[in-house]
Design a protein around this ligand. Structure first.
Ligand code: PLP
Length: 379
């Protein structure tokens, strides 16, 4: 047999999916509590599902315009403007994608030539590394500070003539960190100074417990910034595969070429559902965010005096737990937690060297279950 492409060799399986698999295999001594999955434990709100049923019943089941149905692009533009006072032209600066992940992949395909570099702050979502590799680029990781906050001071040091883009995720999966206004301003200034693109994955922008500033509010980088967002997290629509990009027409029109020749368009019923999500009652999102915040607080309070240090997230539904010591027989921190405590988590090292003493917990379980997790850890 002829070999596969060289670029596929660099991809590794998703650590969160592998760990979820191990959790399903179980443990002989206790019931496993699975905190691996980055998926809301809420169902998609009823009015959003209804909009999809209605679209399907009305026969809106064909291909749509590649960049998305105009009503959805308009709804996205209006919604973004209402949140962040920044207007993107729905006809040329908005592209609807089959999930935020696909939008990210398109952008890397657009920007990277073999050997080009993309800067990432550790700890960062594990798919970025593989996506950059798959596009024959080189991820340049910036190690985090001790508290896992991003080290902005190191940013200029990793820039090289091959640097194409800074990819930031705000709020951060896995740490729940939310970048400050000053930090974003500094990133924007550096991107301008070195003529770099900035890809801002803001998929968790609605799940925040303090304030949130979007990079789109920094007008000085409008021509070099692309915002990635989607419906999976805020509206509990992970399976609907619907997201979007916002950026200058020059970028969006090129991304649309990749999109036309690969996905064609995002799923039509999902697009109608997304309109209902943005134009309908936002109380459904508030309810989920309040719940995530309560869980975070209950869990952080319970672990306050434990030997495990929890980094209290400012956003997302994740948090990082420091595991100082493990028994030598365990290959990883998450194997240790799974075997000794029956808690399935994702190894911190999957998100970068700086997080090697941590595991990521997804707090997408009821507060009572999180209390059981805390009880086991305190035992
Ligand atoms: N970006 C980040 C940081 C994520 O954590 C995820 C999902 O876990 C995605 C993007 C993917 O989102 P989507 O479901 O819209 O593809």
């Amino acid at each position: 047999m002829k070999s596969f492409s060289k670029r596929i060799e660099k991809l590794v399986p998703s650590a969160s999916m592998s760990m979820a698999e191990k959790a399903r295999e179980g443990n002989a001594t206790q019931e496993i509590i699975d905190l691996t999955w980055g998926q809301p434990d809420f169902d998609t709100p009823v009015h959003i599902k209804q909009a999809a049923y209605d679209a399907i019943s009305a026969g809106k089941n064909g291909y749509t315009p590649a960049p998305g149905i105009p009503e959805l692009r308009e709804a996205i533009s209006n919604f973004h403007a209402s949140q962040y006072r920044t207007v993107y032209d729905p006809s040329s600066e908005v592209l609807v994608t089959p999930g935020a992940k696909q939008g990210l992949m398109y952008l890397l395909q657009l920007l990277i030539d073999p050997g080009d570099e993309v800067i990432l702050f550790e700890p960062c979502w594990l798919s970025y590394r593989d996506m950059v590799f798959f596009n024959q680029g080189i991820p340049r990781f910036i190690p985090a500070n001790n508290d896992l906050s991003p080290d902005l001071n190191a940013l200029e040091n990793v820039i090289s003539p091959r640097t194409k883009a800074i990819l930031i995720n705000n709020p951060v999966n896995p740490s729940g960190y939310v970048f400050s206004d000053e930090e974003l301003d500094s990133i924007a200034g550096i991107a301008e100074k070195y003529n770099l693109y900035v890809i801002a994955d803001e998929i968790y922008d609605r799940i925040v417990f303090t304030g949130f500033v979007s990079l789109s509010e920094f007008k000085n980088i409008r021509e070099r910034l692309i915002i990635v967002n989607g419906f999976s997290k805020a509206y509990a629509m992970t399976g609907w595969r619907i997201g979007y990009l916002l950026g200058p027409a020059r970028v969006i029109s090129k991304v649309n070429l990749i999109h036309q020749h690969t996905a064609t368009c995002a799923s039509a019923p999902s697009q109608y559902a997304a309109i209902a999500a943005l134009t309908g009652d936002q109380g459904v999102v508030d309810h989920m965010v309040i719940t995530y915040k309560k869980r975070r607080d209950v869990f952080a309070d319970a672990l306050e005096y434990s030997t495990f240090n929890l980094i209290k997230p400012q956003g997302t539904f994740y948090s990082m737990l420091e595991i100082p010591e493990t028994l030598p027989k365990y290959a990883s921190k998450s194997d240790f937690l799974l075997s000794e405590y029956g808690i399935a988590t994702v190894n911190g090292i999957s998100y970068g060297e700086s997080a090697k003493n941590y595991v990521r917990l997804s707090l997408t379980k009821d507060a009572e279950i999180l209390m059981q997790v805390a009880d086991r850890l305190l035992d």
